[in-house]
Design a protein around this ligand. Structure first.
Ligand code: HEC
Ligand code: HEC
Length: 146
């Protein structure tokens, strides 16, 4: 190691140390990474809201209702009992779109494609909480005011 590299290291050490000192792990509070932090608990999901405006093109729309207890297993999918193409007219739920029938080989299937079966992988409910991490995301164009 040359003297120059050594000096560069020496100059960086205090910087690294101070970065570690001031680092604030929002969801973990100030609990260091090597310790287990207590789970933050479930947040109260908003019961019923109007359908939410989108924030960008092709966003999976947010779920405007509670989903607690809705089962998704290999043999039953509670979401589809309201949202599938043959149920939506009687339940009044928005119909799943054709993209949900296209499999990974781009072939349209007669039923929901496996990659769209686990609805909550993409669609999420909302809770009225303070964001744990500050976020200044702003939509572009027609999404700017939503
Ligand atoms: C009992 C019937 C029912 C069940 C079960 C149900 N939904 Fe819904 N869902 C609705 C209705 C009705 C609306 C429309 C609410 C409105 O217009 O305010 C809706 C709205 C939505 C929307 C918003 C669509 C949009 O374009 O804004 C999403 C996403 C959604 N549901 C996903 C789900 C998922 C995922 C599940 C399963 C975990 C589920 N729903 C289970 C009835 C249901
Ligand atoms: C891989 C991500 C993904 C999964 C899984 C998924 N969706 Fe979606 N969903 C989307 C996206 C993206 C959109 C908006 C664009 C589109 O229609 O493809 C959407 C749109 C919707 C809409 C609104 C359709 C419209 O015409 O406005 C409903 C309702 C919906 N999904 C319900 C469901 C239900 C119920 C399931 C489970 C059976 C599900 N989704 C699974 C990504 C997903």
């Amino acid at each position: 190691m040359t003297l120059r590299t050594l000096m560069t290291f020496a100059a960086l050490v205090p910087l690294l140390a101070s970065a570690a000192d001031t680092q604030h792990f929002e969801l973990r509070a100030d609990i260091p990474l090597e310790q287990t932090s207590p789970a933050t608990g479930l947040k109260p999901v908003l019961k019923e809201t109007d359908r939410r405006a989108l924030n960008y093109v092709n966003q999976p729309p947010l779920i405007p209702h509670k989903v607690q207890g809705y089962q998704i297993t290999q043999s039953t999918n509670r979401c589809l009992q309201c949202h599938d193409v043959d149920n939506y007219l009687t339940t009044g739920a928005p119909r799943i779109s054709p993209t949900h029938f296209t499999d990974r080989d781009n072939i349209v299937q007669p039923q929901v494609a496996p990659r769209r079966y686990l609805c909550l992988q993409c669609h999420v409910t909302q809770a009225d909480v303070k964001p744990p991490v500050e976020n200044d995301f702003a939509g572009l164009g027609q999404f700017a005011n939503d």
